[in-house]
Design a protein around this ligand. Structure first.
Ligand code: ATP
Ligand code: MG
Length: 180
């Protein structure tokens, strides 16, 4: 489902890089400690709308912006783009590929784009709802997450299964309707 990832000024990725996942079913990222493996996972989480700086191992949202090294100047913004394969129509957009992008500035303000069109965080959430990519993405299982999932409460586990089964969208709508 994940075809490509593009990073610019995100964490340790000062210069633009594109990672192509499309040729293989399983991609392994290897590298020495501190080389940026977890930063790639953070980027995937972030571009899908993550709002918690601590989930991204920072304290403010602007911490994801490349902060400079001895040789390289700090950046003023960060951008991540993700290209999702939509041949099977899992996303409710009539395109074979869907590009989501997110930019953040030094004030921590984010801009969101779906296939190049300015969008809201809410649009991202709606689009990713029930694809298994949204909400505490268990599709992105980081270090320690496996244990956290196994140790989850029955309610939490139920939520995960509902999301995977594609019914949490309806539940969210129902809850919204009830609040009105
Ligand atoms: P490990 O094998 O130890 O888990 P890793 O490959 O997962 O390592 P990451 O955690 O992805 O490593 O990368 C950590 C590196 O990213 C550190 O060197 C850190 O300084 C750098 N880094 C994180 N945020 C920023 C930032 N905003 N600007 C510049 N560098 C950053
Ligand atoms: Mg790591």
């Amino acid at each position: 489902m994940l075809d490509k990832l593009y990073l610019r000024g995100f964490k340790s990725f000062a210069e633009p890089v594109t990672v192509d996942f499309s040729d293989s079913r399983i991609t392994t990222i290897v590298g020495p400690n501190g080389s940026g493996k977890s930063n790639i996972v953070d980027a995937i989480r972030w571009v899908m709308g993550e709002q918690s700086p601590s989930a991204l191992r920072g304290s403010r949202m602007s911490d994801v912006i490349f902060s400079g090294t001895d040789e390289r100047q700090a950046r003023s913004e960060a951008e991540v783009r993700i290209v999702l394969n939509n041949e099977f129509g899992r996303l409710d957009i009539d395109e074979d590929q869907v590009t989501l992008s997110r930019l953040v500035d030094q004030e921590g303000r984010s801009d969101y784009y779906i296939n190049g069109e300015a969008s809201r965080l809410r649009d991202f959430q709606e689009l990713l709802d029930d694809t298994g990519l949204n909400q505490e993405p268990y599709s992105v299982v980081g270090q320690n997450r496996v244990e956290a999932i196994l140790g989850s409460s029955p309610e939490k586990l139920r939520g995960m299964f509902e999301e995977a089964a594609g019914i949490s969208r309806h539940r969210r709508r129902k809850e919204e309707a009830e609040r009105r």
